[in-house]
Design a protein around this ligand. Structure first.
Ligand code: PHE
Length: 348
């Protein structure tokens, strides 16, 4: 072979390599191509090995051609290698990508418990109606929880509430509050009317636990005391509040009932939000759901806190927060609410 034959051989090898290179998309194939065109068995190495047998005047020409070939090959291979590297990195970055702005790294943030959410929602509605929030202790005196609310010792209404007594060394004087109504007493003792207040919190009863009853649950209590308060104010307040909570089409009703601390007393219910009152499992096919108790504050209660029952009137109401959460989200097991299983809680 003479110099020009060798040069054209190298040139066509370069053309071929350029064509093959265009098809390559991964680093393994690129390494193979590198070996094929520059490795020990390549045309390049073959010519280089035979160079010593060339005619003297051909040696520098072939030497230069070899260098040009090698440099050109290295350049296009290097360029391709960078392209492939970039693509491979992109795939890798995409798969390892963490969205730091979300702060979760694939895990859940955590959020307020469904009962807390419900409690705050209810509180907000009453705040918007001008009510304040009052608080009282969960370990309550028998007097606040019962006697001041017109439930004397040995009154049958105590059995209704399955009281849990606390052994505080004071006989049976301390109880785990069985309702939020003792907060009414505490608020009235704290200062004179007008009063428009609510109380929310945990209450305790010695219940046989089943799908609808828990020994610890949550109530919201409302108390309004002023001059010229009538049953119509109670009715209007419950209606306004329930419409805001469950929607404008919600209807409310009061049906006669009994509580020692209210007279007259009523149970209040709302039109079933699930069936639009046509009857379903949730409302036991009655179209109505009973939510809680209410009534006009009994004069004996005013007397217990030193208010003049001739001068002021008031209404009160109370109902379960857990129950209303179950109603709102169609949860049929109260235990689910307190088991703290994240698979349940993260749904709300
Ligand atoms: N305290 C009552 C209960 O727990 C509810 C209630 C509150 C009734 C206020 C009337 C007035 O059942």
């Amino acid at each position: 072979m003479n110099a020009s034959e060798i040069s054209s051989k190298l040139e066509s090898a370069r053309d071929l390599a350029t064509e093959e290179l265009a098809q390559i998309t991964d680093s393994t194939s690129l390494a193979e191509l590198d070996n094929k065109y520059l490795g020990k068995t390549s045309i390049y190495s073959e010519i280089k090995r035979g160079a010593k047998d060339l005619a003297n005047e051909d040696k520098p020409i072939v030497g230069k051609a070899l260098n040009v070939y090698r440099e050109a090959m290295l350049e296009i291979i290097e360029k391709k290698s960078q392209e492939i590297q970039e693509k491979e990195n992109q795939v890798k970055y995409e798969s390892e990508r963490l969205d730091l702005s979300s702060g979760t790294h694939g895990r859940s943030h955590g959020h307020l418990h469904v009962v807390t959410q419900m409690k705050r929602e209810l509180e907000d509605i009453f705040f918007s109606m001008g009510y304040s929030l009052s608080e009282g202790p969960e370990v309550e005196t028998d007097w606040h929880n019962f006697q001041a609310l017109n439930v004397p010792p040995a009154h049958p209404a105590r059995a209704m509430q399955d009281t849990l007594y606390v052994d505080a060394g004071d006989g049976e004087q301390s109880v785990l509050r069985t309702h939020t109504s003792p907060v009414q007493i505490r608020r009235m003792l704290a200062g004179p009317p007008p009063i428009y207040t609510i109380a929310t919190g945990r209450v305790y009863r010695n219940e046989a636990i089943d799908a609808r009853h828990a020994a610890v649950f949550h109530q919201i209590e409302g108390l309004a005391v002023d001059t010229n308060i009538t049953l119509r104010d109670l009715r209007g307040t419950i209606e306004t509040f329930m419409k805001r909570f469950l929607g404008e089409s919600t209807r409310t009703r009061l049906i006669p009932s009994f509580f020692p601390f209210t007279e007259p007393s009523a149970e209040f219910g709302v039109s079933c939000p699930f069936c639009e009152m046509s009857g379903c499992r949730v409302c036991s096919h009655t179209g109505w759901i009973e939510l809680g108790g209410c009534g006009m504050v009994d004069p004996n209660v005013f007397e217990a806190v030193g208010y003049d029952a001739e001068q002021v009137q008031g209404f009160a109401f109370g109902f379960g927060i857990d129950r209303i959460a179950m109603l709102k989200y169609n949860i049929d097991e109260v235990r689910l609410i307190f088991d703290n299983d994240v698979r349940f809680l993260e749904q709300y």
